[in-house]
Structure formats: structure tokens, C-alpha cells
Design a protein around this ligand. Structure first.
Ligand SMILES: Cc1ncc(COP(=O)(O)O)c(C=O)c1O
Length: 420
């Protein structure tokens, strides 16, 4: 198997030094060098391995590191108090805790939820579970336009006195569309009931656009560390002070009684450092500029290769105001899965999002379906996502690799037609 190196200065001990280009940053990101260093320092330190709940010196040291990371997370989203941050195992758990934790105390009453048609499975499936197991739970899906943006008028119409929870992702993982969360919140405050709770899954947005909970005015916000160069298996849920949730795991009183289990101190330190790196506006803007510049270079390069001869060979999905790193493209007539496989040892990227195919079912991703793509187009759709680590040179190589692989598919399609 081909190994690959991503040059963050620490992964330098592979025997095979072939370089793989990584354009799958919406799936996950490579840990930042200083995130890794902060975690290594912790592992090497002999006086902070204690259980953070212990009251002796070693426990106090570990507790101090958690408190420090909590403050770093707070600061990165401009929350008012550090106790508004609860550490979880990642985006999935934060989403489950937000939804189930809010609805659980009132399962014997009618509770209406509004969501979008293309949330992550960690939203969709907890809602499905609750709806299937309890007749008091009603879920409505707001319409979206062909760029994947919520229809605000439809949203307003869906609001009713029993609407208890609104959960709308801040940005979409496939096409990168960014939702008008502030406007959604304003509508909720104006037309919704006074106890309506607003949650937003910002897993894909942190580190790519500024996130400020005091401007967004949401009650709950999901943070997922590995999408912005932090470690995997750690995340956080912002819970605005005064919002009441029930835990969804049962155990001791960790994390203010909301998330039992001895804290993953190592990963929490890594998440804290990843948040610190994006807290400074100047550093965040520099990252955004770099990911946007390389993303745009990629798009322009591919357009130049293909659309000069055939204007409609490449169709871009989503609008210009989407996440700065995301490029979702339909290559008409191409099999996206095959394209990913053709390049799997040189270029990392994804199909639009896993399309399931069997003899009876043709299922396309909920995002591509929501923006109106046909099964045929969805099958030809790829997602390329850059990061601040992506270089121009990598982009230029990626353009050549994709161009050659697409041309290979097109010419074998031509041959097939000729042989019919
Ligand atoms: C929008 C969104 N929400 C939640 C998650 C879940 O994150 P994790 O798998 O790390 O729990 C992801 C990860 O792909 C995501 O893209």
C-alpha cells in the first residue's frame, strides 16, 4: 500500500515518501503541528496524568489543563462564560446531546422540531429515532433553494406554538452552503414561542468562517475538533447559560452533570490549542485567504481544461458565498466513484457524498437531492476541499491528475459508443 506524507513537520518517518495530495478536508483535517506538540508535551509531562476529578496535586494539574482548554474554546466562539462549553466525543455526540437533551424532559408533551433536509446523519438519525419511538415528536423540513440555502419564508410558516427546537446546520459538509443563521434566529424570536431552543451544527464552519455565538444568538452550537486541525474523537457543545438539558449518558457528575465519564484530557488539550489558533482574527483570515485562493485556483484550472470545449461539462454546485474551501463539481457523464478510485493513491477527495447503489435502489445524498440533482448528476459529482495547508503546487498537480483521469473516462466512453 502506498503511504503518504503530509508535511506538518512531524510525519517524516515514512519509508515511502511519495506525496499524496489531500483535498478531502471536509472529511477531516491533518492535525496542526502545534496541536500535536501541545499533546506530546502533555504526554511527556509526568505531573498532569492524574484524574481531573481527584483532589490531589496530580488531579488539580489535569483539571487546570481542562479549564485552560475550555477557556480557549470559549474565546474562539466568543461565548460569555467558559462553563457554557461542555466537552464531548465529537460532532456526533454534541448533536445527539443537543437534540435528545432538549427534548427528553418533555417527551410526554407534543414537541415540534424544524430542521433542514440535509443535516448530518447525527442529526437526522436521532430525530428519526425520537420520532419513531414517540408520537409526541413531530419533525418538519424546511425547503432549500438550488444553492442549498434555507427558504426563510417557508421557515417562518413552519414555526408554530409547539415548536420546541430548531436545528439547522451552520454550513453544509458537501456543497459548503452557509445558512443565514442570524435571520433564522430573528424569525424564531419574533414568531416562535418563548421557550423555543435554537441549535446549529457548526462542525464544518469552525476554522473556515468566523463563528461568534453572541452575534449568531443561538442557544446551542456544535463544535467538531478534527474538522479544523484538532484531534479526532473530541468536540464540544456550547450551551448558552440558563438553557436546561438532560444528559443522554448515565454516570457520574462530570461536565456539570451533562456528560459523564473521565475527561479525555489529551484530546481536550489538542482541541483547546486548535481553537486558540483560530481565535485571532488575523490568523483566521490568513487561513481563510489561503484555502479560498487554492480552492479558486483549482476551480479555474479545471474550467480552463474542460469548459472551453464543452461549456457544460463541469457544473458547480452551491453558490459563491459558500465555505471558502469547498468545491462541489458535477462532471457530466463521469462516474465519480470510479474517478476517486482511479486517483486513490495520489489524490484524496470524495464523491459528492457516498451514493448507495444496488440493483433496486438508487439513493443519492440528501444534500444533492435537496438542491435538485438527478441521480445521474449526483453519480458524477465530486467534492474537493482545501485547507490552509494546501499549496499552489499541489493544486496544479491535482488539476493535471483530475484532467487526465476524466479524459481517460471520457475516451473509454467514446470507445464504448463506437463499439455499439
Ligand atoms: C456537518 C457535520 N456534523 C457532524 C459531523 C460529525 O462529526 P464526528 O464524526 O467527528 O462525530 C460531521 C462529520 O463529518 C459533519 O460534517
Amino acid at each position: 500500500m502506498t503511504s503518504f506524507t503530509i508535511d506538518n513537520g512531524l510525519h517524516n518517518n515514512h519509508t515511502d515518501m511519495s506525496h499524496m495530495i489531500y483535498l478531502d478536508n471536509n472529511a477531516t483535517t491533518c492535525e496542526d503541528k502545534s496541536v500535536i506538540e501541545s499533546m506530546i508535551n502533555h504526554l511527556k509531562c509526568t505531573n498532569s496524568f492524574g484524574n481531573p476529578s481527584s483532589s490531589h496535586f496530580l488531579g488539580i494539574q489535569a483539571r487546570y489543563l481542562i479549564d485552560e482548554a475550555r477557556e480557549q474554546v470559549r474565546s474562539s466562539i466568543n461565548a460569555s462564560y467558559s462553563n457554557e462549553i461542555i466537552f464531548t466525543s465529537g460532532g456526533t455526540e454534541s448533536n445527539n446531546l443537543a437534540i435528545h437533551g432538549i427534548l427528553k424532559p418533555n417527551l410526554n408533551k407534543l414537541q415540534h422540531i424544524i430542521t433542514s433536509p440535509f443535516e448530518h446523519p447525527s442529526i437526522v438519525n436521532i430525530l428519526k429515532y425520537l420520532q419513531n419511538s414517540n408520537k409526541n415528536i413531530q419533525v418538519s423540513f424546511v425547503q432549500v433553494d438550488s444553492n442549498g440555502i434555507i427558504d426563510l419564508e417557508h421557515f417562518r410558516q413552519l414555526l408554530k406554538p409547539e415548536t420546541k427546537l430548531v436545528t439547522i446546520m451552520h454550513s453544509n459538509n458537501e456543497i459548503g452552503s452557509i445558512q443565514p443563521i442570524e435571520e433564522i434566529v430573528n424569525l424564531c424570536r419574533e414568531y416562535g414561542s418563548s421557550d423555543l431552543i435554537i441549535h446549529s451544527d457548526a462542525s464544518q464552519s469552525m476554522g473556515k468562517v468566523p463563528i461568534d455565538v453572541s452575534c449568531l444568538d443561538v442557544d446551542l452550537l456544535t463544535i467538531c475538533s478534527h474538522k479544523f486541525h484538532g484531534p479526532k474523537g473530541i468536540g464540544a457543545l456550547y450551551i448558552r447559560q440558563g438553557i436546561k438539558l438532560e444528559p443522554i449518558l448515565y454516570g457520574a457528575q462530570h461536565e456539570q452533570g451533562l456528560r459523564p465519564g473521565t475527561e479525555n484530557v489529551l484530546a481536550i488539550i489538542g482541541l483547546g490549542r486548535a481553537c486558540q489558533l483560530i481565535s485571532n482574527k488575523y490568523s483566521l483570515n490568513k487561513r481563510i485567504e489561503q484555502m479560498k485562493r487554492t480552492r479558486d485556483r483549482l476551480y479555474q484550472g479545471l474550467i480552463k481544461q474542460f469548459n472551453q470545449n464543452d461549456e457544460n461539462l463541469i457544473i458547480r454546485n452551491g453558490n459563491e458565498q459558500c465555505l471558502p474551501n469547498t468545491l462541489n463539481l458535477t462532471f457530466r457523464g463521469i462516474n465519480a466513484k470510479q474517478l476517486v478510485n482511479q486517483l486513490s493513491d495520489r489524490l484524496a477527495f470524495s464523491t459528492g457524498s457516498a451514493c448507495h447503489e444496488d440493483n433496486q435502489h438508487q439513493i443519492i445524498s440528501s444534500t444533492l437531492q435537496a438542491i435538485g440533482l438527478s441521480y445521474k448528476s449526483a453519480r458524477s459529482t465530486i467534492r474537493l476541499s482545501t485547507s490552509y495547508m494546501t499549496t499552489d503546487d499541489e493544486i496544479d498537480q491535482a488539476i493535471i491528475l483530475i484532467t487526465n483521469a476524466v479524459k481517460q473516462q471520457l475516451s473509454s466512453l467514446d470507445n464504448e459508443h463506437q463499439n455499439i
